[in-house]
Write a protein that binds this ligand. Structure first.
Ligand code: SF4
Ligand code: SF4
Length: 337
């Protein structure tokens, strides 16, 4: 495990962070063991969110007695002051702690949303107030539009930023990471497996590990997964491996989807998952979770080619800020079956 100085906090943070999003899906005892095993073996960054079902409660019931051993980050999805204030209080209660190290404004993807958050009655004011009261140490932001995040953090109002970085989504490298580095921000990468699609796991984790980020959060639900993830970060990266990973990332991110979710499909095809996974699927095959996704979406994906309202002009494509060829990629995915 590598430890680096985590921006302004000065904390020596572990390169692997525990993503607690999926813990509500496993038995409590398994979750408790995984969290404690992670702390016992050098992980000192725990990431959750108010929106992740009872993830915060699981953390509170599993590791609140070891609060001094880790940096705790949670998120509020509220946009207004009052809701954010009550959500922050609820997070503290659920996690049985007096403070969180990082409170992130969650999933900010539209300029209008950002304006609301930063306005007079916005969620940012609640975060500032909690900071003054000692309930929040640092304020961060998360989102799926790296280009917009780069602009939003430039004013220095956030000390931490959480963004996608994987072999299939390398966009944060363009503007966001350099901007955050210039401001000495805490840089946290998420979704190294891009939601359970990218394999081999070892390479998927080593890609963000090879980049200018402090922590990579990986969603883990068992001791076995924690062990596998820690093992991927035991060995340092040399220049040869860094170049090889970069070449692979350029190839696998061919479809350029940022997972901003601006698009929607009347057939409920999960467009970003198909966009992001299609090159990986053809190159390495899929992890069981990814294969399950394609089985579930089979009828929908096969229906895209015959969907009359999209014959002349695909309904999804007009919504994509990056003008990506979604219809073509979805229809090509039909060959997977
Ligand atoms: S082109 Fe296909 S994926 Fe796009 S909206 Fe139409 S049916 Fe959905
Ligand atoms: S296809 Fe375009 S609109 Fe849809 S999630 Fe990806 S980048 Fe966003």
């Amino acid at each position: 495990m590598r430890y680096t100085t985590f921006g302004e906090s000065g904390y020596q943070v572990s390169s692997l962070g525990f993503g607690a999003m999926n813990l509500p899906g496993v038995p409590f005892e398994q979750a408790r063991e995984a969290l404690n095993y992670a702390l016992d073996n050098g992980i000192n960054y725990i990431d959750t969110a108010a929106a992740y079902r009872n993830s915060e409660e699981i953390i509170g019931n599993s590791i609140s007695h070891r609060r001094q051993e880790y940096m705790l980050a949670t998120k509020t999805g509220a946009r207004d002051y009052a809701t954010a204030k009550s959500e922050i209080e609820r997070s503290l209660t659920r996690m049985k702690t007096d403070y969180v190290d990082i409170l992130q404004i969650h999933y900010v993807n539209y300029p209008q949303e950002f304006a609301t958050i930063m306005g007079e009655n916005g969620a940012y004011q609640a975060a500032l107030e909690a900071q003054r009261e000692g309930k929040v140490r640092f304020i961060g932001i998360t989102g799926h539009r790296p280009d917009l995040l780069a602009k939003w953090v430039a004013k220095g109002e956030f000390k931490q930023v959480l963004f996608h970085l994987s072999l299939a989504q390398r966009f944060a490298l363009d503007e966001l990471i350099p901007a955050a580095t210039a401001l000495n921000m805490m840089k946290v990468a998420m979704k190294p497996l891009s939601g359970g699609f990218i394999q081999p796991v070892d390479r998927a984790l080593r890609y963000p590990f090879s980049q200018d980020v402090h922590v990579t959060i990986s969603g883990m639900v068992s001791v076995a997964e924690v062990k596998e993830n820690i093992a991927a970060m035991q060995r340092e990266i040399d220049a040869g491996e860094r170049d090889e990973l970069e070449r692979l990332a350029v190839d696998l991110s061919e479809h350029n989807c940022r997972r901003c979710n601006y698009c929607s499909c009347p057939l409920e095809i999960s467009i970003p998952d198909v966009m992001i996974s299609s090159k990986i699927r053809d190159t390495f095959g899929l992890l069981p979770k990814g294969d399950g996704f394609y089985q579930k979406q089979k009828d929908r994906i096969l229906s895209c080619a015959d969907y009359e309202p999209c014959k002349e002009k695909p309904l999804c494509e007009s919504k994509c800020p990056y003008h990506l060829p979604m219809q073509q990629v979805i229809q090509a995915a039909a060959s997977y079956y």
